[in-house]
Design a binder for this molecule. Structure first.
Ligand code: CAA
Length: 264
């Protein structure tokens, strides 16, 4: 598939698509993949570049760190060359602008595919939130996660607070955010922030194996199931049971008459 990637390159991103797997790589290793508004806006453009056959999206970082969070030069008088300084709430359009940044994280929940964060080294602030934006996380054993924002006088505002609470529970989320302490891979796995922890040298292979395993199931059933599971927490049991019936009927109706349900 041929997609125009020049705009992503300028934003410090790389996208590669092969055999149903799209790999998004943060590519500013000289800055530990620190993020800028251009990078968030670039992330938001990626779903428009994915073909319909993509079933897995892997998000990873080039070099020793997954992502060191926001480019701290945004908070200096000089700002980041070509991008300027962090917006202030006094700037017109502040809310819309931040919603645009959040769009760079939100698309990773799309039921069309499963998103996997492949995390080696640091995932700090916006980087931790990017890992949380993915459905699944595979961590190298050298991973270090930190929600640094409150230590810098900020709230985490790149969609990370909800998945964090959903995964670790409210008391632990409060403790992690308000101490801004760093979690290592062992603790991350214990807190269910990692589906797998592997030796750093095995990270790419482990993620590739998981991607392959996720593609062994029927594509339409996998998409419908992810949508069902994603909506389950906000539904009652009766509502979820009804949603299961509706999803099954839709799936079976969409299937061509000559396509049989696999026997178990
Ligand atoms: N912004 C800009 N540059 C960064 C950066 C960042 N967040 N993180 C690292 N870099 C740069 C360093 O300045 C350094 O540049 P030079 O080579 O020109 O000196 C280069 O990347 C390598 O960094 P280190 O030498 O520090 O590498 P290290 O391996 O010793 O440490 C690190 C890595 C622990 C990530 C450390 O660099 C660090 O603590 N970085 C800052 C992390 C941070 O506080 N991020 C903000 C989180 S809050 C957030 O993200 C807010 C939000 O969403 C709005």
């Amino acid at each position: 598939m041929s997609v125009d990637l020049t705009d992503l390159d300028a934003a410090g991103l790389d996208l590669a698509i092969s055999d149903g797997v799209a790999t998004v790589t943060l590519s500013r290793p000289q800055r530990r993949n620190a993020m800028t508004p251009a990078m968030w806006q670039g992330l938001a453009r990626i779903p428009g570049k994915l073909s319909a056959d993509v079933r897995v999206v892997v998000v990873t970082g080039q070099g020793p760190s997954f992502c060191a969070g926001i480019d701290l030069r945004m908070f200096t008088a000089e700002g980041v060359p070509g991008e300027g300084r962090a917006l202030s709430p006094a700037d017109p359009g502040f809310d819309d602008e931040v919603a645009g940044y959040q769009a760079g994280f939100r698309w990773l929940r799309d039921p069309s595919f499963v998103s996997i964060a492949a995390v080696r080294g640091h995932a700090i602030g916006a980087g931790f939130q990017l890992a949380l934006a993915c459905d699944l996380r595979v961590l190298a054993d050298d991973a270090q996660l930190c929600m640094k924002e409150p230590a810098l006088g900020l709230v985490p505002d790149l969609t990370g607070t909800k998945p964090l609470v959903d995964i670790v529970g409210l008391p632990r989320a409060i403790e992690l955010c308000l101490t801004a302490r760093t979690i290592d891979a062992t603790e991350a796995e214990r807190l269910r922030l990692a589906e797998r922890v592997v030796p750093a040298a095995d990270l790419d292979r482990a993620v590739a194996e998981l991607a392959t395993a996720l593609m062994t199931t029927d594509a339409a059933a996998a998409r419908a199931t992810k949508a069902l599971l994603g909506n389950a927490p906000r539904r009652s049991l009766a509502e979820q049971a009804a949603a299961e019936r509706a999803a099954q009927a839709k799936l079976l109706q969409a299937r061509s008459p000559d396509r049989q349900v696999p026997s178990t």
